[in-house]
Design a protein around this ligand. Structure first.
Ligand code: BG6
Length: 484
């Protein structure tokens, strides 16, 4: 019988995301028969205590989603077990190995990444890294290329690359996978998907939350390493990659690596021109007065809570097409979107005033809604002598052709990823060389900031970051997408 071990099984990630995701999979009958789920953490508690904690967390989430079923919970409860362990000690992991038994074991490390190297070493000694076993690593793995490599060397001493599943939860989001469907399941986009038709691409990940008590972690990372190195570069790769020959893990990841390799290096001389660092100060967020980052941190800090970057991909397809990315905490909206901005008409026959025709725009929204829409020009109905045009939005989302259909429940990204890891499918996971390339580029940005003495610029909580982020686009004659 197979087992899933959750190291850090009592922690925040496990309780908020992983165990509710497993419940939803159970509810839908998607968990493999006989799979055991074993929580492993430091705290000395009984199985019953653990199970009741899991139930409290799962039940509230499931009820909020109208998906609570006592029968599904009863099935999940049967699978659950708990063991108090020191995961860095092989000796302490032996009883865990006994619980796992002889079946294949997938271990999810939902613990501090500073422990990864020691844990995988202990797992190997305890027999939890056998050829059929797998390990799932939550981000962030390392703080830069060097620390990433140190951890990953220990991981690859214990596991082969095909057994390692590096999570980027953005890849589990439904719309992100839909982007793959949109690009490669249709013929109409591909001929336009290049520098002949596309003017630029924007990727925005806005969050209203502040850093709050996460600052001990955040202060070492900042927005560049917390969000851009992973989630945003992954989105960029999916937009920019060449069509893979199939959906095989390596086919897809080979293409993503090529994109990362083609990212133009940002030098200290250019850092000020193509990047913006920001840090929020006190202001109004969602109607409430909130403190600034330094007030939360209790000390002055040079960590950025906002970053905007112009990235250029030096290859045939994308030469001359800037990719603008921005992300930050305490922005006015929780909004994640990718905007593909097509070029202006080469010549308008409709009016002397070219402003009447707006260029096509494809907006792929991940949050708060999952939606894909394409803006196209349309004739305004009427008998005006000079034809009047107006832009309309065509929704390309699920359910458009059947308005009465009940939308499927919005899944937690971890549901897809846990299921794939259990099935050994690593297409939506990050390969070692991908993570290395992403770190390499981000390390250069970080170094350019140090060498160029680029410090965060203050922005008020509840605004879209420093004005310089708008200027990043304005000086090229462009603007960030406002609510579509
Ligand atoms: C995490 C970051 O990886 O992603 C957090 O560490 C961030 O800082 C979170 O808040 C955002 O995820 P989502 O799915 O809410 O957009």
């Amino acid at each position: 019988m197979a087992a899933l071990v959750l190291f850090g099984g009592g922690g925040d990630l496990a309780m908020r995301m992983l165990l509710p995701s497993l419940y939803f999979l159970e509810h839908d009958g998607l968990l493999p028969d006989g799979l055991k789920i074993i929580g492993a953490a430091r705290s000395e508690e009984s199985r019953d205590e653990y199970v009741s904690k899991v139930r409290a967390s799962v039940e509230s989430k499931a009820k909020a989603d109208d998906a609570w079923s006592p029968e599904a919970w009863a099935r999940m409860e049967q699978r659950l077990d708990y063991l108090a362990v020191d995961a860095t000690s092989a000796e302490s992991l032996k009883p865990l190995k006994d619980k796992v038994g002889e079946g294949e074991c997938t271990s999810f490390l939902a613990v501090s990444p500073s422990l990864y190297a020691r844990i995988v070493t202990a797992m190997r000694a305890a027999g939890l890294a056998e050829p059929g076993d797998r390990v799932v690593l939550e981000k962030p793995v390392g703080r830069d290329l060097q620390t990433f490599s140190e951890i990953d060397d220990a991981v690859s001493d214990a596991f082969d690359e095909h057994q390692v599943f590096r999570i980027d939860h953005y890849l589990g989001k439904e719309t992100v996978q839909n982007l793959i469907a949109l690009r490669f399941g249709n013929t109409i986009f591909e001929p336009l998907w290049n520098n002949l038709s596309i003017d630029h691409v924007q990727i925005t990940v806005g969050e209203t939350v502040g850093v709050g008590d996460r600052w001990p972690y955040y202060d070492e990372y900042g927005a560049l390493k917390d969000m851009l190195q992973n989630h945003m570069l992954q989105l960029l790769c999916l937009v920019a990659m060449e069509p893979p020959s199939d959906l095989d893990p390596d086919s897809v990841r080979n293409e993503k690596v090529k994109v990362l390799r083609s990212l133009r290096r940002i030098t200290p001389e250019e850092a000020e021109r193509v990047t913006v660092r920001g840090q929020y100060v006190a202001g109004k967020s969602e109607g409430e007065q909130v403190p600034g980052y330094d007030d939360e941190r209790g000390l002055d800090s040079d960590t950025e809570t906002f970053v905007a970057i112009r990235a250029d991909i030096d290859n045939w397809r994308w030469a001359g097409v800037p990719f603008f990315m921005r992300t930050g905490k305490r922005l006015p909206e929780k909004r994640t979107e990718i905007v593909i901005q097509f070029k202006e008409l080469p010549h308008s026959i409709f009016d002397n005033d070219r402003g009447q025709v707006t260029a096509n725009r494809l907006v792929i929204e991940l949050q708060p809604q999952e939606d894909i829409s394409l803006s196209v020009m349309n004739k305004r109905p009427g008998l005006d002598q000079r034809m009047q045009l107006q832009p309309i939005r065509m929704s390309l989302s699920w359910g458009q052709d059947d308005k009465d259909a009940k939308p499927p429940r919005r899944r937690i990204a971890y549901e897809r990823l846990l299921l794939d890891a259990l099935n050994g499918d690593s297409t939506l996971f990050v390969r070692r060389d991908e993570a290395e390339q992403a770190w390499k580029w981000v390390d250069e940005v970080s170094q350019a900031w140090t060498d160029g003495n680029v410090k965060p610029i203050e922005y008020k909580a509840g605004t879209w970051g420093p004005g310089e982020a708008d200027f990043l686009l304005e000086r090229t004659g462009r603007a960030w997408n406002t609510k579509n």
